[in-house]
Design a protein around this ligand. Structure first.
Ligand SMILES: [Zn+2]
Length: 438
């Protein structure tokens, strides 16, 4: 969470007092009606991921496994209650308001043992335990002091994470390896990457503990790897959104660019954009369009209209809350002429760029297109000899473990079920390359 939490706090209280409390189409849970502001905000963050951004990685067994690791660490930390862990489909890991840890599926993909995954979670747990979000929100407002404070919080969290790993019985040395795997580039808010890794290694001091490589890999089998292409992938002459069962037919003159699951299409003089969002959020956006027309034949309910400027008139706490939260969700800019096509599992927002919906070439995706848009997944294979993976002739072109890893015969090895374009794995491969330099 960023600034504005204090006004949001007042707004949550007002929301709880409403006659029919709901958020993104769901009834507010007990913490919201009981005025537990922190827990209520945590619930909202999760609901945004799931029902507005289609960005929750939906795998109950994997979430339960990761939650079990958080529970084990939390009891070692003496926390009364473990934070709730959710797995997102975007890279990165962070602690949010309301004792939530959001861990990215692409982050899990980079890790090599349960102890390393525990290290990533322990770091976030330390932020929650130390109320670091509160420090950065309510400490010095901005400038160099805030940055120093933030860097200090990171160093404290790394140090505490090593201790939490050890208390929970994990190998403390896994923290340094986890940092090596997940930290990419340098930034102002964190101590230098190499310093953090070196410090974590010194603090661990080579003491033993549970590593759990086979345990982690066992739970990663069938996990999506690389970009989750179900939110949009080019298949032949179509752009296919498998999550919605839709295809956009592409013409020979179309110029196509895909970034972050958004299709940007230049067709003649017009520039169109299309992206998938959650159904409850789509219904709210559609209901707020100006000059709108709706039609429910064919592919689903299509609402066409212009995006209204957000009303600043409602200065009540609940009005402010609605604006603050809405601003963080995926949506077209005010004034944009859009079509919103609602499907069973979500909706497609199309920024029409002056074109009509009929010109877009929208249709049901074919079974072959849906199959082609399926993302790559992790498979676990077994080494058949002792040595470095680069010499093992296993998973050639599909290897997700470091080629330098030494394995014994029968050891599990992380592979993809098919070759993956390098750009889809770029951050992980960069991290691997950097780790080999250390
Ligand atoms: Zn941190």
């Amino acid at each position: 969470m960023t600034a504005g939490v204090r006004s949001v706090t007042a707004a949550v209280l007002a929301l709880a007092a409403c006659a029919r409390p709901s958020y993104l189409g769901a009834r507010l849970p007990q913490p919201c009606t009981a005025r537990d502001v922190e827990a209520c905000l945590g619930w909202m963050v999760e609901r945004d991921l799931a029902d507005a951004e289609l960005d929750l990685y939906d795998d109950t067994a994997l979430r339960a496994y990761v939650q079990g690791i958080a529970d084990r660490l939390a009891s070692g930390a003496g926390l009364p209650r473990a934070p709730r862990v959710v797995i997102a489909d975007h890279d990165g890991t962070y602690a949010t308001s309301g004792s939530r840890i959001v861990i990215g599926r692409p982050t899990i993909e980079r890790l090599d043992s349960e102890a390393e995954l525990a290290g990533v979670i322990a770091h976030e747990l330390a932020h929650i335990e130390g109320h670091h979000a509160v420090v950065s929100l309510f400490g010095p407002p901005s400038g160099d002091d805030a940055l120093v404070l933030r860097r200090d919080a990171e160093a404290v969290a790394d140090e505490r994470a090593v201790a939490l790993l050890e208390r929970a019985g994990y190998a403390p040395a896994a923290m340094a390896r986890a940092l090596g795997a997940v930290l990419d580039a340098e930034d102002d808010e964190h101590p230098l990457r190499a310093d953090r890794i070196a410090r974590a290694r010194v603090m661990a001091g080579g003491r033993p503990g549970f590593e759990g490589r086979a345990e982690l890999l066992g739970h990663l089998e069938h996990m999506v790897v690389g970009r989750d292409s179900r939110l949009g992938r080019r298949v032949g002459d179509a752009w296919v959104v498998a999550a919605l069962g839709l295809a956009v037919a592409l013409g020979p003159g179309d110029v196509v660019r895909e970034t972050n699951d958004v299709l940007v299409l230049r067709r003649g003089q017009a520039t169109l954009a299309a992206y998938a969002i959650g159904a409850p959020w789509a219904r709210e956006l559609a209901a707020a369009l100006e000059d709108r027309t709706a039609d429910t034949r064919g592919l689903g309910r299509i609402t066409v209209g212009n995006v209204a400027a957000p009303s600043e008139r409602d200065a009540t706490p609940i009005g402010k809350l609605a604006r603050a939260i809405r601003a963080t969700l995926p949506q077209p800019a005010p004034g944009t002429h859009v079509a919103i096509l609602e499907r069973a599992r979500g909706a497609l927002v199309i920024e029409l760029g002056g074109r009509g919906v009929a010109e877009l070439g929208l249709r049901e995706a074919t079974p072959d297109e849906l199959a082609a848009a399926e993302p790559a997944r992790i498979v676990i294979e077994r080494a058949w000899q002792t040595g470095a993976l680069r010499d093992a002739l296993i998973c050639e072109g599909r290897l997700l473990d470091s080629p330098d890893r030494r394995v014994a015969a029968g050891d599990p090895i992380k592979c993809a079920d098919r070759a993956i374009a390098a750009r889809e794995l770029a951050p992980r491969l960069m991290a691997d390359a950097a780790l080999r330099r250390d």
